[in-house]
Design a protein around this ligand. Structure first.
Ligand code: NAP
Length: 307
């Protein structure tokens, strides 16, 4: 069965990943798009999701790629119209809105997919399988990148609900929550807010689990030069390193053979599978950890940030 899909929010990730992957997928047929200012040449475009769904009742599913602050109202409109919904990460701006969306999806009998693209990086599943039988002692996450390079001019990311450095950092948390054998929780956090911004530019986090595993994370947007998206896990039987955002894996220094990058192809295959089987994939744990950091964290003011 081919699923007729609409896409909302024609920004960087929609163009870089969603559109080419949907076009190449035998499971989906792109019907139309909705975005406040941007259009596609080869598909009908609308200002709002409501206008798109009204004009194209044949749409069965939507992918929501706008900033997270705008995602709830679009998701609600789609679910209430009986459409399956693919949420870009982070799935929303608050945890409570996500509970409401999950409830609407259940009532309507449609799929609500909280997508975490980093979980589909090539090294993640092999890392989970290797860690499953081992005792993890310490985890170090280092997610340091240059915000000027990766997020130029993205005003929403610095606004309340945009998450600041947690926008990339949540990808690390999505991997850690997928591969570590036990759930963990935040014990301390220090969030650095530029004095002219509503979202943090850096965060130091400490977590543990009931076995006392030490888990630390360093997220920083002020990194120039080499960028790092690394997770190092020391176990009682060797050290595992996931680097390149989960795209490379080594064990005790030996690089492991992995298939080529296919995060978004994996996401759309998963969405098609959920629709075909009626299964659910709606894990909000990574966002829960971010919310805990905002709840529990110490807040310090640092130099103003200008793009
Ligand atoms: P972006 O380049 O700033 O694009 C967001 C787009 O959303 C804008 O182009 C805007 O469209 C549209 N938009 C804004 N408000 C909207 C609304 N109320 N309704 C519908 N559309 C609206 O952002 P992005 O980098 O693509 O990120 C979008 C989401 O994808 C974020 O949650 C981000 O975390 C996630 N993501 C991004 C990346 C990445 O590498 N950039 C990777 C993975 C996931 P107009 O142009 O029409 O105004």
């Amino acid at each position: 069965m081919v699923v007729r899909i609409g896409l909302v929010g024609l920004g960087k990730i929609a163009r870089d990943q969603h559109l080419p992957v949907i076009e190449a997928s035998p499971a989906f047929d792109l019907v139309a798009v909705a975005s406040p200012h941007t259009r596609l040449e080869h598909r009908p475009g609308y200002l709002t999701i409501e206008a798109m769904l009204a004009a194209h009742p044949e749409i069965q599913a939507v992918a929501l790629c706008q900033p997270p602050q705008a995602r709830f109202s679009a998701a609600r409109a789609a679910l209430e119209a009986g459409k399956h919904v693919f949420l870009e990460k982070p799935p929303g701006a608050t945890l409570s809105e996500l509970s409401i969306l999950a409830q609407i999806a259940r009532e309507r009998g449609v799929r609500l997919f909280a997508s975490w693209h980093s979980r589909f990086a090539a090294g993640v599943e092999p890392a989970r399988a290797w860690l499953a039988g081992r005792r993890v002692r310490r985890v170090e996450i280092e997610w340091r990148e240059d915000v000027r390079h990766w997020h130029p001019g993205q005003a929403w990311i610095w606004e309340a609900g945009g998450l600041g450095v947690f926008d990339p950092g949540i990808n690390a948390l999505s991997i850690a929550t997928a591969v570590l054998p036990r759930p963990f929780f935040l014990t301390a956090a220090r969030l650095s807010f530029p004095m002219n911004r509503a979202a943090p530019i850096a965060a130091e986090l400490a977590f543990t689990d009931f076995a006392g595993t030490e888990i630390v994370a360093d997220f920083d947007w002020r990194q120039t030069g080499p960028q790092s998206w690394d997770i190092r896990m020391e176990t009682d039987d060797g050290t595992l390193l996931l680097s390149k955002g989960g795209g490379a894996l080594s064990i005790d220094g030996a690089a492991q053979d992995l298939p080529p990058e296919g995060e978004y192809r994996g996401l759309y295959d998963r969405f098609a599978h959920l629709i075909a089987t009626g299964a659910d994939d709606f894990d909000v744990t990574p966002l829960q950890h971010v919310a805990d950091a905002f709840l529990r964290g110490e807040r310090i003011l640092v130099d103003a940030f200008e793009d």
